[in-house]
Design a protein around this ligand. Structure first.
Ligand SMILES: C[S@@+](CC[C@H](N)C(=O)[O-])C[C@H]1O[C@@H](n2cnc3c(N)ncnc32)[C@H](O)[C@@H]1O
Length: 292
């Protein structure tokens, strides 16, 4: 068997994981993305075996990318472009881990948002739906770790078993105009893209409190300001503080004790910085890739 150069910075994946993944690759035609058997599907299987607790996340992306890279001949990729697409998909489905592990800025932004949530939701037992929690849902992982009763909603790349091991309750689906929110005390989301207008609409119809940090990718003018009229037409009682929207009218006074604006501005240290950028996505951060 050909000698494998193992990454000196990470311990190699477990032999049983390697066996399962190689068996998968030999039984199915794995493509980069968009098929039943694509790189994200393979990562889901990898996550069941290799990510049992939060600390396993750091390093997991390197192990997975390395596995894909050295076994690239087993994927359905015959041209250099197809090979690059496979490797790109492996980077793409693990990019949240990279960002959280290596980019101080992303980690700080998540932690700031969590401080706002904690200031607004004093009762950890309140059931919270975190929409667009991330394909690797760091927000819900951090909230669950602190004892919050949170359900993450997104199209995860982690397997259900892995999410359970990380202590995360999950709904593997997208929020749409038909999503019911009646079972939750509050709906939240940090930059949940296409879900934004649906959250506002469903929460106003079902009289549920919500708070969302907006992104711009789906706003009519690609700016935070583009949401204003559109969302106010859906919910005339919507409140804006910078790139946050909320309506706590139906929260029985639980979520607006004290000034919500102060809670946002005082807890989210990246607030000014992100408003100036007026952008849902972070600019390329070279620091993030230094280590890879
Ligand atoms: C910009 S990311 C934000 C992820 C995470 N909340 C964070 O702050 O890092 C947007 C996420 O929303 C998800 N998303 C987009 N539309 C959605 C919808 N309609 N329902 C649920 N999730 C959605 C995407 O899959 C993606 O993971």
């Amino acid at each position: 068997m050909e000698d494998i150069v193992r990454d000196k910075y990470v311990s190699w994946i477990k032999p049983e994981t390697e066996k399962v993944l190689l068996d998968e690759l030999s039984r199915h035609e794995y493509v980069a993305d968009g098929g039943e058997y694509d790189v994200a599907h393979l990562f889901g299987i990898f996550s069941t075996f290799e990510i049992k607790k939060k600390s396993d996340l750091c390093g997991a992306q390197k192990k997975f990318r390395h596995f894909v890279n050295i076994n690239i001949g087993m994927f359905k990729a015959s041209t250099p472009e197809e090979v690059e697409r496979i490797n790109h998909s492996a980077r793409f489905c693990t990019e949240n881990i990279t960002a959280y592990s290596y980019s101080g800025r992303y980690r700080r932004a998540l932690e700031n948002y969590l401080k706002v949530i904690k200031a607004v939701v004093p009762e950890k037992k309140d059931s919270m739906l975190d929409v667009g929690s991330g394909t690797i849902p760091f927000l819900a992982i951090l909230l669950s770790e602190e004892g919050y009763n949170v359900t993450a909603m997104d199209q995860f790349v982690l397997s259900n078993e892995c999410l359970r091991n990380l202590g995360v309750k999950s709904l593997r689906e997208f929020f749409t105009s038909r999503t019911r929110v009646g079972d939750y005390d509050i709906v939240t989301g940090r930059r949940p893209c296409t879900a934004i207008p649906h959250i506002v609409s469903r929460c106003s119809s079902e009289k549920k409190p919500y708070m969302v940090k907006l992104c711009t990718c789906n706003s009519p003018n690609n700016k935070i300001s583009g949401w204003r009229n559109l969302l106010r037409d859906i919910d005339p009682d919507i409140q804006y503080v910078g790139d946050y929207i909320y309506n706590f009218k139906f929260g029985d006074g639980k979520y607006d004790i004290g000034s919500t604006e102060d809670k946002i501005v005082n807890n989210d240290e990246t607030y000014e910085e992100e408003l100036r950028a007026d952008n849902g996505c972070y600019p390329f951060d070279p620091e993030m890739y230094d280590e890879l």
